[in-house]
Design a protein around this ligand. Sequence first.
Ligand SMILES: [Zn+2]
Ligand SMILES: [Zn+2]
Length: 236
Amino acid sequence: MREDSVASFWETVARGGRDECWPWLGALQKKGYGACTDLLETSLSHRAVWLITHPGVKLTRADVVRHTCDNPPCCNPAHLRLGTYLENSQDMVQKGRSRNGENHYLTTLTAAEVRAIVAECKPDKSNWGEVVSRRGITRHWLARLMRGAIWRHVTGIKPVKLEEPLVSNCPRCGKEVVRRTLHAKAYCSQNCQQVHWKQRAAQQRRQQEAPAVTVLQAARRSEPKQAAPREGRVAG
Ligand SMILES: [Zn+2]
Ligand SMILES: [Zn+2]
């Protein structure tokens, strides 16, 4: 690590008092951490600060430099602690920043609504179709809710564990997939699933378009053949 690169690094930090946050003045990456140039084997400014202030220390991918101030662009060495991913996520859950249930960015439902949905769904699934259309949710989402795949902390529904793990083959590549719960994924990877779905969707589209294509081809075939006008031949 060269002295001048360290000096230029600190020029991009608004250094303040010992207890203040020192925000990164350069670009931020999408999670709000400072994005620095890759001089110090990291492009995150707070990790770079850790490396600068702990010469000779190497950071592995498992090491997480945590902010005690919860301020991602902060570069004050006094606000940084070294931890693991597990500690970091436990910290996040404790501080109520985990992204599930009402905190999840995709949801429009509240915990109370989810509880109401679970309460009105009959176990034999006889009224699920009605619930789906009245609540404006999808059948797939409801099925996931009722088997404990989502909102588990609100509903208390536990996914059914299989006594014997189920071994099946990936529908796309045929690789063996071990399922430990009944509804676990059937594909070996997300990539396989997405590729397979795309292929199936394309196949369905072709089948839907097939009649139209044959009608068009038949119409073209029944058209009287016209002599192609040749160049150099003038009509009349
Ligand atoms: Zn701070
Ligand atoms: Zn596969």
